[in-house]
Design a protein around this ligand. Structure first.
Ligand code: DC
Length: 214
């Protein structure tokens, strides 16, 4: 089946754009960040020590993750909203740095492509999960624009988060995602790089659809 990969840092617009591109192409949209978040949510809910990697890996292995129509289900429970809290967001980079957890989720991500065409977004999709994908994109934007988008998104959900907190969180997450030893965020070989700073969501989605629709 066909796979379009979209990688990039937090707040670059990957989710929104991948969703639109998938709808236009009639492909299934897969948010792999949500999968890492779901495992993190479960780890926190179970009160696991974040240093206890053996327990976390076992827990990840026993998890049933299903992505359906923009929603994510963990062991049958809809956790779509619960995985977006600041607490889960800030812990996810720690869980995502564990090789065995990555392997469990990578196998699952690859299995999705066996039965459907996909637009899959994350940090290592074009570099590690589907290095041979025909269409790879790397989406970036300036840090101030990424922070502005995240701020607007969280405020719209009723959060009273401050801009300084968002900038700090994004910087910390960039640092962890870019510098971890395993599957760090990189521009995948052969990826088409799009800077979305001064582009609308529709413009970026159209670039992707035009390229991939060829
Ligand atoms: O895209 P997001 O903000 O929902 O991602 C949440 C975290 O998961 C982020 O810190 C990086 C990590 N992640 C990853 O390591 N690999 C992926 N393929 C997707 C996300």
């Amino acid at each position: 089946m066909k796979v379009i990969t979209i990688d990039g840092p937090a707040g670059a617009g990957k989710s929104t754009i991948a969703k639109i591109a998938a709808a236009k192409l009639g492909f299934t949209y897969i948010d792999t960040g949500a999968m890492y978040r779901a495992i993190t949510y479960k780890v926190l809910k179970n009160g696991c020590d974040l240093a206890d990697s053996a327990k976390i890996i076992a827990l990840a292995g026993r998890s049933e993750i299903r992505l359906d129509n923009g929603k994510i289900f963990l062991d049958g429970e809809d956790v779509s909203e619960k995985i977006r809290t600041r607490q889960v967001t800030n812990r996810t980079s720690i869980i995502a740095a564990m090789g065995e957890v990555r392997k469990i989720l990578r196998d699952k991500q690859r299995s999705f492509a066996k039965i459907q065409n996909l637009v899959m977004e994350g940090r290592d999709i074009g570099s590690v999960v589907f290095p041979d994908a025909e269409y790879k994109f790397y989406l970036d934007a300036s840090i101030s624009e990424r922070a502005r988008r995240r701020y607007a998104e969280l405020r719209a959900k009723g959060s009273d988060v401050k801009m300084e907190e968002i900038v700090k969180d994004i910087n910390e997450r960039d640092n962890l995602d870019l510098n971890r030893g395993l599957c760090p965020l990189v521009i995948p070989k052969g990826a088409y790089v799009i800077d979305s700073t001064n582009k609308t969501i529709e413009e970026v989605a159209d670039i992707i659809v035009t390229h991939a629709g060829k």
